[in-house]
Every structure is written in structure tokens, then in C-alpha cells.
Design a protein around this ligand. Structure first.
Ligand code: GTP
Ligand code: MG
Length: 310
């Protein structure tokens, strides 16, 4: 399982790991998960050519059977050597709700890799009080910290966004707060620092620890505070237009409205597909914070894909 808060870089990392394993001749089966179906993550990972099953309707930690069903379907279709599952970004307590039953029921069939939890360094620096800036309520921060508490490996993700001093400050806080975790730094999008993570995932096992204490009332309140919208929109035009420009304008507009309303974005993502069903995704866009000062970076793998990171 590759966990971590909304927008931390999980899907990007899953795609990188899938390619890393495929290059070694291993078959991968990917499992995406969120509140509703038709997920951007599923589209992006299938678009990279991987067998991907989607679990909609809330985190698989609350419905263990849906995870087993998704894994069985992948097994029937493509017999993967490795499953990589991305839990919902607002989910925690995965060890108790997923690892324990997996071990109990399928301990002979599966090796469970260390639980890696990604953090966006800018988000994390705010949550731990190292920087000012838009953040969430304390109940959402509770979930953020609980995710880290159960991690075997904490990945300081998007290392390209911070300098060495900022990284070391964050590492010091994380080491102090979560002494049991191994801490690595990586930039999933730029594909740096991932080797150490991937080799731990493929050689180590998830630690056998006592279950962590979770206050389910605070957890439920925190999740309830996070809004969720899943929508598909059909666009018609007699004239040609640039999909990237359209997504950028739409995202900027929504971002502006949310900023006026004082609402912090956790992760806002869109893809744009032509209706011929053949060409795949033409464009995608992500916003992982509310500030308007973002940076546009063309994704390496697709010339017409854009991504906004700040
Ligand atoms: N600057 C930077 N951005 C990154 C990096 N890795 C991922 N991102 C960007 O961060 C945004 C979110 O990445 P995702 O991989 O979709 O994050 P996620 O954790 O799967 O998000 P949810 O599934 O919504 O929780 C995208 O715009 C990515 O391109 C990185 O190494 N550096
Ligand atoms: Mg994702």
C-alpha cells in the first residue's frame, strides 16, 4: 500500500513503481480507491498501460472485502506478481483494518511490503508549524499525523519543491515525532530518490507492531470536514480549441472562487478526454493547494499534459 494525504504524490509513485517492476519482468495489478467511481487516478494509470481495478464508495479500509474482490478480479484477468494499492488520501488505520486481516487470511499467499506514506513537504511543513500558509482544521491534521504514525517508511515527496534546509528541518520533526519510521526523500515526478524506496518495498516486510490508538470520533469528524465532488462534464464546440488552455482556465477560476470563500484545496484534479474513446486523455491538471501562485510544469511522459503543483 502506498498511502499518504490527498495530493501527496501517491498515484505518481504507483505509476513509477509499476514501471520499475514491469521493467524487471514482474506483472503488476493496481488498485485505486476513492469516494466515487470514474476516478482520474484510474484513467491515468490505465493510460500508462497497467491492469487497474477501482474501488469506489469510500476507503477499502472500511470494506476489506472490496480489496479482496479487486485483487481476485486482477488475478483472474492478469495474474499479477505484485499488487499495488492506493488508499484514499483521507484514510488511516490501514495496519489494523487491512494488514491484519490480510495476514490472518492470506498470510501464506502474500508478503506484505512495508507501508509507505508520502507527504507533500509544503503541506507537512505547515501542519507541523514550520511555515505559515493555508492549512486544514485540527481534526484533519489529526488524520494527517495518524497516517504518518503507522508508516514503516515516510517519504518526503516532491523534494524538488524545497531546499536542503527546509528538507532537513522537516526530516528532524518527522524523526522526532515518528521514531519508528524510516524516512526517505524523493521526487516521484522527477524520478529521483525512488530507488531506496522501491528496494525497501521489494525486500522488507511490513513491521509487526501493536495497533495504534485511533480516536474514531475525531477521525470521522476530520473526514466529514473534507468536501468531495466527483463530476463528469461534456463539452461541445464547433471550433477546435486547446484542451490544456481550457483546463487551466477552469481550474484557475474554481481556485479563485474557493480562495474567496476561504476554502483550502486538498486535491483538485481533472482529465480531458475526446469522445472518440480512442485517443485516451488529452490533458490533465492538478492543484494541491489553494494559493494562486502556482507553477506549471509539463509532465515528462506526455507532451500535451500539464500539471500545476503549487
Ligand atoms: N513538484 C512535484 N510535484 C509532484 C511530484 N510528484 C507528484 N507531483 C504532483 O502532485 C500532484 C498530485 O500527485 P498525485 O500523484 O495525483 O497525488 P495523490 O497522492 O495520488 O493524490 P490523491 O489521489 O488525490 O490523494 C500532481 O500534480 C503531480 O504531478 C514531485 O515529485 N514533484
Ligand atoms: Mg491518487
Amino acid at each position: 500500500m502506498i498511502g499518504g494525504f490527498l495530493g501527496a504524490g501517491k498515484t505518481t509513485t504507483v505509476g513509477r513503481l509499476a514501471r520499475h517492476l514491469s521493467d524487471q519482468g514482474l506483472k503488476v495489478g493496481l488498485i485505486t480507491n476513492d469516494q466515487a467511481g470514474g476516478l482520474v487516478d484510474t484513467k491515468l494509470l490505465r493510460g500508462q498501460g497497467y491492469a487497474t481495478e477501482e474501488i469506489a464508495g469510500g476507503c477499502f479500509c472500511c470494506r476489506f472485502n472490496t480489496l479482496v474482490d479487486a485483487a481476485s478480479k486482477l488475478t483472474n484477468d492478469s495474474k499479477p506478481d505484485v499488487f499495488i494499492a492506493e488508499p484514499v488520501g483521507s484514510c488511516t488505520d490501514l495496519v489494523a483494518t487491512v494488514t491484519y486481516p490480510l495476514r490472518r487470511m492470506y498470510g501464506d499467499s502474500f508478503t506484505i511490503a512495508p507501508l509507505s506514506v508520502l507527504v507533500d513537504p509544503i503541506r507537512a511543513r505547515r501542519v507541523f508549524g514550520l511555515d505559515d500558509g493555508g492549512t486544514f482544521s485540527s481534526k484533519v491534521a489529526y488524520i494527517f499525523k495518524k497516517q504518518l504514525e503507522e508508516a514503516d517508511i515516510i517519504v518526503i515527496s516532491k523534494s524538488d519543491l524545497i531546499d536542503d534546509t527546509q528538507r532537513e528541518e522537516l526530516r528532524a520533526v518527522l524523526t522526532k515525532e515518528f521514531p519508528l519510521a524510516k524516512i526517505v526523500t524523493a521526487s516521484p515526478r522527477q524520478e529521483t530518490g525512488l530507488d531506496e524506496l522501491f528496494s525497501s518495498l521489494m525486500t522488507d516486510e511490513q513491521a509487526r507492531r501493536n495497533p495504534m490508538a485511533v480516536d474514531y470520533e475525531v477521525y470521522a469528524d476530520g473526514e466529514a470536514l473534507l468536501g468531495w465532488l466527483n463530476a463528469s462534464v461534456t463539452l461541445k464546440s464547433n471550433d477546435e480549441f486547446e484542451a490544456n488552455d481550457f483546463l487551466k482556465k477552469l481550474a484557475t477560476h474554481v481556485q479563485g472562487l474557493l480562495q474567496i470563500a476561504g476554502v483550502e484545496i486538498a486535491h483538485f484534479k481533472m482529465t480531458f478526454s475526446p469522445d472518440d474513446g480512442i485517443a485516451g486523455e488529452l490533458a490533465s491538471i492538478n492543484l494541491v493547494r489553494s494559493e494562486v501562485a502556482y507553477l506549471a510544469v509539463p509532465a515528462a511522459e506526455r507532451g500535451r499534459t500539464i500539471s500545476f503543483i503549487r
